[in-house]
Ligand binder design. Structure first.
Ligand SMILES: [Zn+2]
Length: 160
């Protein structure tokens, strides 16, 4: 599914809910968006399903434009978006990141879980900080994060 978005004005800014795939067609979907955005925006990434290299390029161009004279915050970034943010600093540019989803697996029963980490609640402040243990809802064993914690959270260091 191609990238779509819905916007919603709230007290703390304009929320943009992205949905679908950031691919080679994203350039078209994103082209007109910066013109309409308010000065404070929150980009909700929860329903971005996948991203490819053409999509990354389109996104970076879009963000560069959108960031001009705007404060942008990313929230609810799925693991795939976090990987992009870690690999390509321009993917988030100057934007603030306030929450991310990490993927967990239970080695005992194969359950999977997406855990939200939110700034001011359970999000670490540096990549080396200990992350609270997550317990499997099914069998009660401790779940493992799919990526190395200090790598998954390495973007926290670039944030300063
Ligand atoms: Zn389990």
């Amino acid at each position: 599914m191609d990238l779509t978005f819905q916007t919603k004005k709230q007290d703390d800014g304009e929320y943009v809910y992205f949905n679908g795939e950031i691919n080679e067609d994203a350039e078209v979907s994103l082209a007109e968006l910066p013109k309409h955005l308010e000065s404070t925006c929150v980009f909700n990434m929860k329903h971005v399903t996948s991203i490819n290299s053409c999509g990354v390029r389109a996104w970076i161009n879009f963000l560069r434009e959108a960031e001009k004279s705007r404060n942008i915050t990313f929230e609810e970034c799925p693991p795939e978006i976090v990987s992009q943010i870690n690999m390509i600093p321009n993917f988030r540019g100057k934007s603030h990141i306030r929450s991310v989803f990490a993927s967990y697996v239970c080695e005992n029963c194969d359950s999977q879980h997406l855990q939200l980490f939110t700034e001011g609640e359970n999000l670490p402040t540096s990549p080396d900080e200990e992350v609270p243990e997550i317990t499997c809802q099914k069998c009660g064993e401790t779940m493992e994060m799919e990526e190395l914690e200090n790598e998954f959270f390495s973007w926290l260091d670039h944030a300063k």
